[in-house]
Ligand binder design. Structure first.
Ligand SMILES: Cc1ncc(COP(=O)(O)O)c(C=O)c1O
Length: 377
C-alpha cells in the first residue's frame, strides 16, 4: 500500500480507538449558519468574513493590525521574511516546541539556534537566551507554550537592548494575559493558530498580528503571491499563496462568539483534574506563570514515569499525549547538545484530555484510571 495512505490509516485507527479524545473541536449550528451564508454568497476565497475575523482578533489581542493566513507556520515564515530575516542570520528558538518554529526559521534561509527553557514557565528566559546568543543572532522566537507565558516583558527589554527582533508564537495562547495585557500584544509580530485543537478553530488557519503598518504591508504582499491583492498584475515580491478560505473565516467568526464558553470550560476542567488527583504524590500539575492569567491549552502533569502511565491510559482508550519531543534531538536537526530542562520535561510530561467538550464523567473515568495505576505499582 502507498505509504501516505498507510500512515493516514494508522493515525485514524489510533485516534478512532480513543474513547476519550485528547482534544476535539466544538462546532455546531452557529458555524453551519455562517458557512451556509458563505456558500449562498458564492464567494469562497477571502472576503467579508475574513476581514471580520481579522478585526475581532486584533481587538481581542490588543494589536493594531492583523492578517489571516492558511496556518500559523505560513504566518511565521511571512513575518520573518518581511522583517528581512534570512541567510546568514540566526534565530533563537526553544528546543521544547512544535516543529513549526525551527522549520519556519529554516524556510527563510536563517538558522534556528536552540535554547533550553525555564522549568517554571516552559518558555525561553533571558538566561537561556543569553547562553546561546552570538553576533549572528537577529531575532528571538518566544513560544507561549501550552498557553503559558514566559516573562515576556523581560525578554522584550532584552531584545530591545540588544537590537534583536522579538517574534511571539502564541499559536495556542490567544487568551492568556501577561500582567493584564494579552500575551499576543508582545513582539514585533505574533502569530496564532486555528488548527483543530486550538482554543478557537477553523480546521486549519492562522493569523499574524502586529502594530507595525509597514511590516503588515510587506506581509500582505508575501501572502498574496508577491502582489498587493488578488487580481493585481504587478508582482513585487517572490511571494506565496498563504491565504485562508472564506469558509474557514466564517467558522472562525462563529467560534469567536463562543470564546467565553471555551475559556471558562478549559479553566474548570483543569480545576476538576487538580481536585480529583490532589492526593497522588507522584503527580505534579504544571503551575502556570503566576504573573499571568492563563487559559490552559492542555492539562499538563509531570510524573516520574510518563511512558508507563501513558501506556496504561492509552490501553484504556484515553487519548493522552507526550509533551513536545525536543527539537534539538529530532533527526532533521540532531544537535549534539544537552538541554537538561527540556529533556527532563519531555521525559516526565503528559498532556491529558482537555477539550471543552470533555464531561465531568469522563474526567472521573480518566482520574480513576490514573489513581488505579498508582495503586498497582
Ligand atoms: C507552539 C506551536 N507553534 C506553531 C504551531 C503551528 O501551527 P499551524 O499548524 O497552524 O501552522 C503549533 C501547532 O500546533 C504549535 O503548537
Amino acid at each position: 500500500m502507498d505509504n501516505k495512505l498507510s500512515s493516514y490509516k494508522t493515525y485514524m485507527t489510533r485516534v478512532g480507538n480513543e474513547k476519550i479524545p485528547c482534544y476535539e473541536p466544538s462546532v455546531g449550528d452557529e458555524e453551519l449558519e455562517l458557512v451556509s451564508d458563505v456558500i449562498k454568497s458564492n464567494w469562497l476565497s477571502e472576503g467579508k468574513y475574513t476581514r471580520k475575523f481579522e478585526g475581532l482578533l486584533a481587538d481581542y489581542c490588543h494589536r493594531k493590525y492583523s492578517l489571516a493566513f492558511s496556518n500559523a507556520t505560513s504566518a511565521m515564515i511571512t513575518g520573518m521574511k518581511s522583517l528581512g530575516i534570512g541567510s546568514g542570520d540566526e534565530v533563537i528558538v526553544p528546543s521544547y516546541t512544535h516543529s513549526a518554529d525551527p522549520n519556519s526559521i529554516y524556510a527563510t534561509g536563517a538558522t534556528p539556534i536552540f535554547a533550553d527553557v525555564d522549568e517554571s514557565t516552559l518558555c525561553l528566559s533571558v538566561e537561556t537566551i543569553e547562553k546561546v546568543r552570538t553576533k549572528k543572532t537577529k531575532a528571538i522566537l518566544h513560544v507561549a507554550l501550552y498557553g503559558n507565558c514566559g516573562n515576556i516583558a523581560d525578554i522584550h527589554d532584552y531584545a530591545k537592548k540588544n537590537n534583536l527582533y522579538l517574534i511571539n508564537d502564541c499559536a495556542a495562547a490567544m487568551c492568556s494575559f501577561y500582567k493584564g495585557k494579552n500575551i499576543v500584544s508582545y513582539g514585533d509580530f505574533s502569530v496564532l493558530s486555528f488548527f483543530s485543537d486550538k482554543t478557537i478553530t477553523t480546521g486549519e488557519g492562522g493569523m499574524l498580528l502586529t502594530d507595525n503598518a509597514e511590516l503588515l504591508e510587506e506581509c500582505n504582499m508575501y501572502k498574496h503571491d508577491g502582489r498587493r491583492e488578488r487580481g493585481v498584475d504587478l508582482i513585487e515580491r517572490h511571494g506565496y499563496n498563504f491565504r485562508i478560505t472564506e469558509l474557514q473565516a466564517a467558522v472562525g467568526v462563529a467560534q469567536f462568539g463562543k470564546l467565553n464558553f471555551f475559556i471558562n470550560r478549559k479553566k474548570e476542567i483543569l480545576k476538576d483534574y487538580q481536585k480529583r488527583l490532589s492526593n497522588i504524590a507522584n503527580i505534579r500539575f504544571f503551575e502556570f506563570n503566576s504573573a499571568c492569567d492563563v487559559v490552559p491549552h492542555r492539562v499538563l502533569i509531570f510524573v516520574p514515569d510518563a511512558a508507563a502511565l501513558i501506556s496504561h491510559l492509552t490501553q484504556s482508550g484515553i487519548g493522552v499525549r507526550t509533551t513536545f519531543m525536543p527539537m534539538h534531538s529530532q533527526p532533521i536537526y540532531n544537535i549534539k547538545k544537552k538541554f537538561i530542562i527540556t529533556d527532563k520535561l519531555f521525559q516526565t510530561g503528559i498532556a491529558l484530555p482537555s477539550a471543552p467538550t470533555l464531561s465531568n464523567e469522563q474526567i472521573d473515568l480518566i482520574t480513576r484510571s490514573i489513581i488505579n495505576f498508582y495503586k498497582t505499582i
